[in-house]
Design a protein around this ligand. Structure first.
Ligand code: CU
Length: 124
């Protein structure tokens, strides 16, 4: 008796999870997934805006021959790393939100407005 109630509760939970997943339109990547953003030789992030699911680790790589860095400036997060030629750094985003960052060598900041090598991660 107890086992079958447990099984029914489990089935309900699985159904609820499936419904939640269908609301977002796309299946959520597994926790622990990682995606890559590249620092380019023409002073841009590629892609400039990256949309990810909560729990995703974003890895920034610099395959270019320029020196870059990555400094958070908006979105309530803290990150500061240098990205030398061939270097990389990463951050796992656990909360939804919009997280902005820039390369301080190749961008200017006027208040919260960034011009130049500015990037964003949208976490849902
Ligand atoms: Cu740069």
């Amino acid at each position: 008796m107890r086992a079958s109630r447990k099984a029914r509760r489990l089935a309900l939970a699985v159904t609820a999870l499936a419904a939640a997943a269908s609301v977002t339109g796309a299946p959520a990547p597994a926790i622990g997934a990682s995606v890559t953003v590249k620092a380019t030789g023409n002073e841009t992030w590629s892609p400039k805006t990256k949309s990810v699911a909560r729990g995703t680790k974003v890895v920034w790589k610099n395959p270019s021959s320029d020196s870059h860095n990555l400094v958070a400036y908006k979105g309530g997060w803290s990150k500061s790393a240098s990205l030398a030629e061939g270097g990389k750094t990463s951050y796992r985003f656990r909360k939804s939100g919009k997280y902005s960052y820039r390369c301080t060598i190749h961008s200017d900041l006027d208040g919260n407005r960034c011009d130049g090598m500015c990037g964003k991660v949208k976490v849902s």
